[in-house]
Design a protein around this ligand. Structure first.
Ligand code: KIV
Ligand code: ZN
Length: 389
């Protein structure tokens, strides 16, 4: 059996995640999250955008000094001051990376940068060379690649590889692509760029149409070997690709992927709770992997199935992503087996089948009036049922 490729996980919670309105973090909060990401064994932590503010410079510097086992990255536009500032912030890192970018789509070049494609290419090459004077590890992103012309993308990417970029990150900046299209984009770039094998292809997808994870995974199936993502999918507008969904899809569907990550997935919940607590962004209950209901079962049919064999309705183990266990929620769809199992867990022994039936009938009445039945409700129900018989 051939060994799987390493899929590099580049976490940008502290940079793109922080660009989510209302999610800004202090230096110390960033260090706490970075330490949790290091424990999760994330390969690269993008700690911030050092030129953005003195505070962000200090935060990137502090993360670079605190983290030893993950690579620490700082973002820089393709400008001298940005690149130098990023180099300065990262100078004490055990392993540092400068990530420089410039937009390549017609709309961004014409309306935002007011530059011609040739000027953009020249500046990209210049920026990569300047960054290479500060570190061996330079990543380049053609911003808005998802709406850029393929011939120009091939030209600029070939040139930045020659200039020394070792990671080529392809952003779908505005979340415009759909999976088969984005997967083909990666396949085409890898096939058409003559020196493509000198660089790792990375992807960075936004979630404007809810497709960030699907697009990232399509890219991985077409040869991308780095994914940029965030905890809980935090990020600009509708967010970035969610780290936990990417990592658990690749891990759960190893039959479909010729690569895997090196993450300790049992640390996922710890990171999710920490990011949510620090930013104040609650995780929706039905969010994949980290939502409160991700491993909860309410319907009688499902509860009965899971009690008989967990894999009837679960494709991952709750413990593998850091939950203590899966959860049987008692509500109006629940059945007698789950009801009886929960009573047993609570140490309640009902003497006869009649007592169980009476308690179960009361439970169903109450469940019609309440969203969820808690342990205290059950205790009360059982006491009432016992008194009645
Ligand atoms: O979405 C984007 O294009 C970015 C780049 C800076 C990589 O965040
Ligand atoms: Zn982004």
């Amino acid at each position: 059996m051939s060994a799987k490729d390493h899929l590099i996980i580049f976490d940008t919670t502290l940079r793109d995640g922080e660009q989510s309105p209302g999610a800004s973090m202090t230096r110390d909060e960033k260090v706490r999250i970075a330490k949790a990401l290091e424990k999760l064994r994330v390969d690269v932590i993008e700690a911030g955008f050092p030129i953005a503010s003195p505070g962000d410079f200090e935060a990137v510097k502090a993360v670079a000094e605190a983290v030893k086992d993950s690579r620490v990255c700082g973002l820089a536009r393709a400008l001298d001051a940005d690149i130098d500032r990023a180099g300065e912030a990262l100078k004490n890192a055990n392993a540092g990376r400068i990530h420089t970018f410039i937009a390549t789509s017609p709309i961004h070049m014409e309306k935002k940068l007011r530059m011609s494609p040739d000027q953009v290419l020249e500046q990209a090459v210049y920026a990569v060379k300047r960054a290479r004077n500060l570190t061996d590890d330079v990543e380049f992103s053609p911003e808005d690649a998802g709406r850029s012309e393929i011939d120009f993308l091939c030209r600029i990417l070939e040139a930045v590889i020659d200039a020394g970029a070792r990671t080529l990150n392809i952003p779908d900046t505005v979340g415009y692509n759909i999976p088969d299209q984005f997967g083909s984009l990666i396949a085409t770039l890898r096939a058409r760029i003559p020196n493509a094998d000198k660089a790792i292809f990375s992807v960075h997808c936004h979630n404007d149409l809810g497709l960030a994870v699907a697009n990232s995974l399509a890219a991985v199936r077409n040869g991308a070997r780095q994914v940029e993502c965030t905890i809980n999918g935090l990020g600009e507008r509708a967010g970035n690709a969610a780290l936990e969904e990417i990592v658990m899809t690749v891990r759960t569907r190893q039959d479909l992927f010729d690569c895997d990550t090196r993450l300790d997935t049992t640390q996922i919940m710890n990171c999710s709770r920490l990011v949510s607590g620090i930013t104040g962004f609650a995780v929706q209950p039905n969010k994949a992997v980290v939502g409160a209901n991700a491993f909860a079962h309410e319907s009688g049919i499902h509860q009965d199935g899971v009690l008989k064999h967990r894999e009837t309705y679960e494709i991952m183990r709750a413990q593998d992503v850091g939950w203590s266990e899966n959860r049987m929620v008692l509500g109006k769809h629940s059945g007698r087996n789950a009801f009886r199992a929960r009573l047993q867990e609570l140490g309640v022994v009902l003497g006869s089948e009649e007592e169980l039936n009476a308690a179960f009938a009361r439970f169903k009445d109450l469940a019609d009036k309440k969203h969820e039945i808690f342990d205290e409700d059950l205790q009360a129900l059982v006491t009432d049922a016992t008194l009645e018989t």
